[in-house]
Design a protein around this ligand. Structure first.
Ligand code: AMP
Length: 604
């Protein structure tokens, strides 16, 4: 069994030669920047709304560039399926987002009301996100591969007032559940083409009629801007609330962790349905006034190498699951592509194998820089910086302005609190729960309608991340594993509870337990253990029928790929399924020593 992270000594450190830097890194000497950095200073480097009237993410990302000498620069460059491109300059993006805000205002959609999207990576999605901020409304992106149930659940929990979607997605996933969503007043179809479906509106027509000069609404730093649903293990998805002030962290992390410089052509491969695709696929790069490349298609190895080469990508932010697919395809697929424009590559979302870091160096000509964060932190918290040597397998060091620590846990896995203060792990290379000192600008401000759940995330003066990690003697953090059972498959975070609940709706299923099992490409794949109703017999036909049932409801990204029938799901006395025990059995670990699971991590 291989541990999630290599120990610091196993892989040689990748040194950086300053002579090889094509541009001087924004973060020069780590310790010096850490000492001098303040969030107040970062805040002052942004514009704020004209006249000191407040702070709005869209103004910082778009309008201040549109009003200055970057107005004609490409802000967004979309790559269509045929490889053709379509761009919006900062000036055009300012007008289009003004129009979207004007549409919302005409419809009577106001401050704090929720605008959802269920849409592929098309210009309308990006215009909707930023236009929503301009109307002081709240944006909530949904991943377009979600099935009707996750869509319904999130629209309901978030009290979605507006949904921006396409005709096909509406017909398949929303029309059948529309009746159960009385708060959803307006569905705007991006591709209605003059013929909207019943009870929907034609977004293109509305935008064409709206004013491009709509004034931006005044928002304050603490006003809610984004709602990001993240999956929990023991209940319904949690809606993490983010505010306009988050843009200060997006700016600082874009500067230090992604090393954005004004002339960069930047590509983030994450879909805006996930927090990375919003914070770093839209906000951070636009705040820096760079050109953001958006691929409208899904991962395709040759296409990706072509994009890197032909679009002259300079900074690339991607994920281990994608890198693993490129690695598996073989280095020869990269041959013949001129990747010389590329100067910085970063990865997030799951542990990045040391092999992947080194593969980057060999195949892309650059090592991969891992960084760590989560939906709740709103932005990158721990990172490998361009100027800093890489220890392959490590997530890097805490961002300037971020106080990260490891909190000691008791035998039950609870944080140890003494006299109101969390007990910190001070010994190097010792496992603890990764914790952050609250107060950074992009910290989530709550879980929607779940105050108690939010409060439970903090203890002894720290925000507890739920992840286990080690820190070496030089302050590099090493991921150990998740403290709970959430499954990470191809970059998707999947709550077992959500999958189990769906399986149990199948008439033949009595009960289900769901875990993630190691997979060389996806990181983990979802595996279900199912107990059948009395009178039902296991068969291959039934197995496929149940998987098909789940796929239809949950979408292929969330439904189980593997399914075993069982007659003895392990449970606690109170009846809760012991997923960790299921996992121990699956991985052939001793059932008595479940703590080894945390050391083992999600890979073989
Ligand atoms: P999400 O909230 O969907 O962004 O998922 C956040 C979780 O993904 C974190 O709490 C970690 O468990 C995991 N994660 C993110 N980045 C990394 C990384 N660089 N290394 C290991 N795990 C990561």
């Amino acid at each position: 069994m291989k541990a999630t992270t290599a120990r610091p000594t196993q892989w040689p450190i990748i040194a950086k030669d300053p002579a090889s830097f094509r541009v001087p890194p924004n973060l020069g000497e780590y310790e010096e920047v850490r000492k001098s950095f303040t969030w107040d200073q970062a805040r002052r480097e942004l514009s704020g709304l004209p006249g000191g009237r407040g702070l709005n993410i869209a103004y910082e990302a778009v309008d201040r560039h549109a009003a200055g000498d970057r107005s004609g620069r490409e802000a967004l460059r979309f790559i269509r399926s045929d490889g053709g491109t379509h761009s919006l300059s900062y000036a055009q993006l300012a007008s289009q987002t003004n129009r979207f805000a004007a549409v919302l205002r005409q419809l009577g959609v106001g401050r704090d009301e929720r605008v959802f999207s269920l849409l592929g990576r098309s210009p309308d999605l990006y215009v909707a996100v930023l236009g929503t901020f301009k109307n002081a409304s709240v944006f909530c992106p949904l991943f377009p591969a979600f099935g009707p149930e996750p869509v319904q659940q999130r629209l309901r929990l978030g009290a979605g007032r507006v949904l921006v979607t396409s005709r096909a997605l509406y017909r398949k996933k929303v029309a059948p559940i529309r009746g159960s969503l009385p708060e959803l007043r307006f569905v705007l179809l991006a591709d209605a083409d003059g013929h909207p479906e019943p009870d929907t509106l034609d977004l293109t027509a509305l935008l064409a009629q709206a004013s491009p000069d709509q004034d931006i609404a005044v928002t304050q730093p603490e006003d809610m801007a984004l709602l990001h649903f993240t999956s929990g293990t023991t209940g319904t998805p949690k809606g993490a609330i983010h505010v306009h002030e988050a843009v200060v962290a997006h700016y600082a992390t874009g500067r230090y962790a992604l090393d954005l410089h004004p002339d960069d052509i930047y590509w983030c491969t994450a879909d805006p349905g996930w927090v990375t695709g919003t914070s770093y696929g839209i906000i951070a790069p636009l705040v820096h006034g760079v050109t953001v490349v958006v691929d409208e298609e899904e991962l395709d190895i040759d296409r990706w190498y072509r994009i890197l080469a032909e679009q002259h990508i300079t900074v690339w932010y991607t994920a281990p699951t994608a890198l693993r697919m490129l690695m598996k395809a073989g280095a020869e697929r990269a041959a013949g592509h001129d990747l010389s424009a590329l100067r910085f590559v970063a990865s997030v979302g799951e542990p990045l194998h040391p092999e992947a870091v080194v593969w980057g160096q060999e195949v892309l000509g650059l090592p991969i820089h891992d960084n760590w964060w989560q939906t709740e932190t709103g932005g990158i918290m721990i990172s490998n910086y361009p100027s800093m040597p890489i220890r392959p397998g490590s997530m890097g060091r805490a961002l300037p302005g971020i106080d990260a620590a490891l909190v000691a846990r008791d035998a039950q896995g609870k944080p140890i609190i003494q006299d109101g203060e969390a007990k910190l792990v001070t010994e190097p290379d010792t496992v603890g729960e990764l914790a952050l000192r609250p107060g950074w600008p992009s910290m989530f401000r709550g879980y929607l309608n779940e105050d108690e759940r939010y409060r439970r995330c903090f203890a002894g003066g720290w925000y507890l991340t739920g992840d286990l990690a080690r820190r070496d003697g030089d302050g590099y953090f090493w991921f150990v594993g998740r403290g709970d059972d959430v499954i990470k498959s191809s970059g998707h975070l999947i709550g077992p509870f959500e999958v189990e609940s769906c399986l149990m709706e199948h008439p033949a299923v009595a009960e289900a337990g769901v875990i993630g099992v190691p997979d060389p490409v996806a990181g983990e794949v979802v595996k279900a253990f199912v107990e059948l109703q009395r009178g039902q017999e296991p068969s291959e036909e039934l197995r496929l029928a149940i998987i098909g049932f789940a796929r239809k409801r949950l979408g292929a990204a969330v439904a189980p790929r593997l399914l075993d029938f069982t007659t003895d799901l392990p449970k606690t006395r109170s009846g809760k399924i012991l997923r960790r025990l299921l996992k121990a059995r699956e991985l052939g670990l001793p059932e008595g020593d479940l703590s080894t699971l945390e050391q083992a991590g999600p890979r073989p």
